[in-house]
Design a protein. Structure first.
Length: 433
């Protein structure tokens, strides 16, 4: 460890302080002040040599053993000298950390722009500018937002409410809806409400998980009884008696797909995706949503591993339903069960009816085109869903597969309630839900 050091290095050594955990071995009281290296060098007249102009630019040899030799007359213990030498030679490698300045988050959120928008006099007036602006920003009308907030409060979607919490449940719901509607991130919410990024991500994932657990089954379910009769009656009038819905798969881009899963998620979309199979009726009401599948999985494999389609294939559901059709000879055929409208990529079976690809007669081609036209209800549902909520249209930036799945399911549920209200107002229809 020998080396050549200048007088400036010696001055740096002379200004170091011995750590307080090191004590002398001599009979000195423990309450006495710990000597510095500067006092050691004064006792052996080294500082006078360093301050002289003659030796200012002349380098001298200095190593840890020389320092011990100079201070031997002071009866210093070995731990004290070792600490001095160690502190000197490690001084250049020390990292200086700047303490983080804590931001003031004690402001009242009702004074923010979002809070003032909720308190506006025209917020609940349908058709007003404030009403339209809120629907455009959060993809939900104010009346539906208020009912959804009350639903979250009753079901404790965000956990137990704290009395001293400054974040009201209205702002938590607004933050979650903004992320789902415009594919925002936690830092975007921080700009509006001064809520930390980690806090936003925490209650956003809690919101998704609890909504799927407590509210998903309320909105998305397979209808039964008179409710299913109303669905089948619509298809019967359009020439498909016994049909209870249309089924297809949609893909959600997964930007943060793990590298070990890319070959399973890389399919026809030329990018890693997750596939969801959805069943809807002609009024765009969602009856069933599957669990996520990797994007490279085809429709047949997804169908054989999905719950509701397999129950339909095995006649485990709707087995008490009957309907009649005419065959080519004009005779009546009685059928038992129900079926879904699908495209040509699904299994060929009774419960899944797809366009005919073998018969090219005029009547068969007209029937196939009519089926394809009716099956556009599920395609329109996907289009409305992705245009309204950009969270599932853009490439998703979440690593967790369950977070994406929960977001897709809760958006399906909210879309169902929104479409029901839109259809009621536009066509003055009442759905029995």
């Amino acid at each position: 460890m020998h080396g050549v050091y200048s007088n400036r290095d010696l001055v740096g050594v002379s200004q170091l302080t011995v750590p307080s955990s090191i004590f002398f071995t001599s009979n000195v009281s423990s309450q006495a002040s710990i000597p510095t290296v500067e006092s050691i060098f004064h006792s052996v007249n080294i500082l006078s040599a360093m301050n002289s102009s003659e030796t200012d630019s002349t380098p001298i040899e200095l190593d840890p053993f020389s320092i011990k030799h100079f201070a031997s007359d002071l009866m210093c213990s070995k731990p004290v000298l070792d600490a001095c030498v160690k502190s000197y030679f490690q001084a250049k490698f020390r990292k200086v950390t700047i303490p983080r300045i804590k931001r003031d988050r004690s402001e009242n959120l009702w004074n923010s722009n979002w809070g003032q928008q909720l308190l506006h006099a025209n917020f609940k007036v349908p058709g007003s500018w404030e009403w339209k602006r809120f629907r455009n920003r959060f993809r939900m009308p104010p009346d539906a937002f208020n009912s959804f907030v009350n639903e979250c409060r009753v079901n404790r979607i965000f956990g137990e409410a704290k009395r001293d919490s400054r974040i009201a449940i209205e702002f938590k719901v607004m933050a979650c809806l903004r992320i789902l509607a415009r594919d925002a991130v936690g830092d975007d919410i921080d700009e509006h409400l001064n809520i930390g990024n980690s806090t936003v991500n925490s209650f956003f994932k809690l919101f998704l998980a609890n909504c799927v657990e407590k509210l998903y089954s309320k909105y998305v379910y397979v209808p039964q009884g008179s409710e299913l009769d109303a669905v089948e009656a619509v298809y019967r009038k359009m020439g498909f008696p016994g049909c209870v819905g249309s089924m297809d798969c949609t893909h959600v881009f997964w930007d943060k797909c793990p590298n070990e899963l890319r070959h399973k998620c890389f399919g026809k979309e030329k990018s890693p995706t997750l596939a969801f199979q959805v069943v809807v009726d002609h009024a765009r009401r969602i009856h069933h949503v599957s669990d996520p599948f990797y994007g490279a999985t085809n429709d047949i494999t997804i169908t054989y591993n999905d719950t509701y389609p397999m129950q339909l294939l095995k006649c485990l559901t709707h087995q008490d339903r009957t309907f009649q059709t005419y065959n080519r000879l004009g005779l009546i055929t009685l059928w038992c069960g129900a079926y879904l409208l699908v495209d040509g990529g699904y299994p060929k079976c009774f419960s899944l009816v797809d366009p005919s690809l073998q018969d090219f007669t005029h009547s068969s081609m007209m029937w196939s085109e009519w089926l394809e036209s009716l099956r556009k209800d599920v395609e329109c549902c996907f289009g409305v869903l992705k245009q309204r909520f950009r969270f599932i249209k853009n490439a998703n930036r979440f690593h967790d597969l369950h977070t994406i799945s929960n977001a897709f399911k809760i958006l399906i549920g909210k879309l169902k309630t929104l479409m029901e209200s839109i259809w009621r107002k536009k066509y003055n229809k009442k759905f029995h839900l």
